[in-house]
Design a protein around this ligand. Structure first.
Ligand code: F6P
Length: 465
């Protein structure tokens, strides 16, 4: 059967006719295993069977445009004004991306004016009165040592017409949106509104999510920092749980729909005995339920350490209203359903089970919550942020729009925004990552009678986790 090919084409504002200040450097660069020339493409499929299933010639295999500087630009740098906005929840590395964008625009291309919009999309809307920031190289020089974002952020949708009014008023030609899937949907609307008005405004995204749930990219920036911090909490509960009779360590980590943080943090130091993620349903009761497994571990080994992603096991909890009490589920400004708190629920059920077995457990519960995402990026993420921001600037200056930059299997590529929001990246219960988690923890493939069998495998066009 021929696999469906997603639309991988990248929109441009028009022909690029202006010689880039970086053009000279490109003469020495050719496609190699470490670089892809602007005339080449990056293949979407990376296995023989996936490529063969396309049923097409090699030249027609689905492929993505590589990132990188272009010889010709659409925008004249000396007459270009750029804007930057950070949206949604915090993530390590936001300030590094801002700094990278400003430096690349000003130092590499000679753009003279870069404007920062405050507090997410609210920053464009006059009635909020947030004001703007002049982002000079001096302003951004020392911002990367701090967590958070110097521009501030907010969740929620704002009217794309008002946003484009603001861009027009300020003569902004290129806008960089640093945000998650909701923010990228907003960015698509901004690009469309600008195009409908026949304005030549490039909108380029740098995907941001500590949940690592944006598809078609290997890893989002800040994710490595976040799971490293999360691993410290697992280490801590392990020390506690192994230092006391009948110790139970339980760590709840962020991860609304995707259990990447929980999985990678657990792999980082082998301390976890059980990892629970939203992608793999589990049951508590019965001989093969989680509680019996925990009971046996405590009896046989004297302690147990569990890691649970916040989105796991939601089906077994009562919906939570805005006041935290039982009631109809609410949503946040981004439209995400408010999660019910799985951590305390699991803790209570585990205590109940162990007490019923005649054991008095010492339970150590840690919910590091925002502490894993409000920190500065580590060195790896800082370097990654810089490279992503350089590529975002190259793309925007060449006139590309409605796209995000990302790294797919080591290659930096341009991804249409529509594709980046087309689905969610999740841990594949039949994938390599989950297999590593099962190997590291020794936990069974599933817990309990209540758990559904793992969901049928979806047809994937690109590997995910
Ligand atoms: O989407 C990223 C994320 O950090 C999730 O892991 C978490 O559930 C959520 O954001 C928290 O959002 P907020 O900042 O609105 O509390």
């Amino acid at each position: 059967m021929t696999a469906a090919v997603p639309d991988l084409s990248i929109a441009t504002l028009g022909p690029a006719r202006i010689e880039s200040p970086l053009a000279g450097m490109l003469d020495a660069w050719r496609t190699t295993e470490h670089y892809v020339s602007e005339h080449d493409r990056v293949l979407l499929d990376d296995t023989l069977s996936m490529a063969v299933s396309r049923g097409t010639s090699v030249a027609e295999l689905p492929s993505l445009e590589p990132c990188g500087p272009r010889r010709k630009l659409f925008f004249d740098p000396s007459k270009t004004r750029a804007g930057i906005v950070t949206c949604g929840g915090l993530c390590p590395g936001l300030n590094d991306v801002i700094r990278g964008l400003v430096r690349s625009l000003t130092n590499h291309y000679g753009v003279r004016r870069v404007t920062g919009f405050r507090n997410g999309y609210q920053g464009f809307i006059a009635s909020y009165g947030h004001g703007i920031v002049d982002l000079t190289p001096e302003y951004v020089d020392n911002i990367s040592g701090e967590g958070g974002t110097v521009l501030g952020t907010s969740r929620g949708h704002q009217d794309p017409e008002e946003i484009v009014d603001c861009l027009e008023r300020l003569n902004i030609n290129v806008l960089f949106v640093i945000g998650g899937d909701g923010s990228m949907r907003g960015a698509m609307q901004i690009a469309k509104e600008a195009a409908d008005r026949e304005l030549r405004i490039s909108v380029v995204g740098i995907p941001k999510t500590i949940d690592n749930d944006i598809p078609y990219i290997d890893q989002s920036f800040g994710f490595q920092t976040a799971f490293s911090r999360a691993a410290e909490s697992i280490r801590a509960v392990n020390v506690e749980a192994t230092s006391t009779p009948h110790g139970v360590g339980l760590v709840k980590l962020m991860g609304r729909h995707s259990g990447f943080i929980a999985s990678y943090a657990a792999l980082a130091n082998h301390d976890a005995d059980v990892v629970l993620i939203p992608e793999v349903p589990f049951g508590l009761d019965g001989d093969d339920g989680l509680l019996e497994y925990v009971r046996r571990r405590v009896r046989e080994r004297g302690h147990v350490v569990l890691v649970v992603a916040e989105g796991a096991g939601q089906e077994m909890l009562v919906p939570t209203a805005a006041n935290g009490k039982a009631g109809p589920a609410t949503t946040d400004a981004s439209g995400n359903t408010t999660l019910r708190d799985i951590g305390p629920y699991l803790r209570e059920r585990i205590i109940e089970r162990l007490v019923a077995d005649g054991v008095t457990p010492s339970v150590r519960y840690i919910d590091p919550s925002y502490a894993i995402r409000s920190v500065p990026a580590n060195a790896y993420d800082k370097a990654y942020c810089l490279r992503l921001s350089n590529h975002a600037v190259h793309a925007a200056m060449s006139g590309r729009t409605a796209m995000v930059v990302g790294r797919l299997r080591r290659r930096f590529v341009h991804i249409p925004m529509s594709l980046a929001v087309s689905r969610r990246n999740q841990v594949d219960p039949h994938g390599d990552l989950w297999m590593s988690v099962l190997e590291a923890t020794g936990q069974p493939m599933r817990f309990g009678p209540e758990s559904e069998p793992p969901r049928p495998r979806k047809k994937r066009v690109a590997a995910a986790g």
